[in-house]
Design a protein around this ligand. Structure first.
Ligand code: 6PG
Length: 223
């Protein structure tokens, strides 16, 4: 849906998803990117009464293979924008490239279903670290996590990422897309072009889009 307040709409959806799991642990996979940062800062600020962070397990949907204190680290973004503000969580599972994918594959496999996977959209149509023409797009169905990289080099660093099978473990995928620069990619997704973001499947896939990124074509947002 097209929203005026994207971080607010994101926060409302996460709170609503949390409320559906009373008394259960809540598993959320964080994204990287500046849209995500704004969403997490608002979530941290507005959810104190609605979310018991002590039952929340944090994962990541993708990570750059850099040190955890590197400015490009998605873990650092998540910690600064959210985790450090909400206090103790039940568990935090950062992706660590040096540990290989098997450890994270096992962790995601043990969880079964993730309650929320948060995804962004790149102007090239990528999501998480699933880039156009990249190897991880064709990962085996049993592979939930993969190393990957952008064959064009436009998106820096080797990556670790959930695959489509890993993302499909989500009860709810929330895409957040902001800014006019993303409109062409979003319009292409809406028009059915085979971009990485268009292939995402899960229990429910929700698109939250601000007015600047909203498609002008007739296709409307993906259902
Ligand atoms: C990454 C992100 C990536 C991001 C999009 C949107 O590690 O780069 O996971 O998929 O979500 O590129 O990023 P912006 O919100 O900064 O445009």
């Amino acid at each position: 849906m097209v929203v005026d307040d994207l971080p607010g709409a994101f926060t409302a959806e996460v709170v609503a998803a949390f409320a559906k799991r009373p008394g259960e642990e809540f598993d959320i996979a964080l994204s990287g990117g500046e849209t995500a940062r704004a969403c997490y800062e608002r979530l941290a600020a507005d959810s104190a009464q609605a979310i018991d962070w002590l039952v929340v397990n944090f994962f990541w949907g993708d990570e750059r293979c850099v040190a955890p204190d590197d400015p490009d680290s998605n873990e650092l973004l998540g910690r600064q924008a959210l985790l450090e503000k909400v206090g103790a969580a039940n568990a935090v599972y950062p992706m660590r490239c040096e540990d290989g994918v098997d450890a994270y594959q096992l962790r995601i496999g043990e969880v079964g279903h993730l309650d929320v996977v948060h995804l962004g959209l790149g102007s090239d149509g990528h999501t998480a670290s699933l880039f156009p023409g990249s190897a991880a797009l064709e990962a085996d169905p049993g592979q939930l996590v993969s190393f990957n990289e952008d064959p064009t080099g436009r998106n820096q660093h080797p990556r670790m990422t959930l695959t489509y099978a890993g993302i499909a473990r989500a009860r709810l995928v929330i895409f957040t897309v902001a800014g006019e620069a993303k409109r062409p990619a979003l319009e292409a997704v809406c028009a059915g072009e085979d971009l990485p973001a268009a292939r995402v499947q899960a229990g429910r896939v929700l698109w939250l889009v601000d007015r600047d990124a909203a498609p002008r074509n007739h296709a409307g947002l993906p259902r």
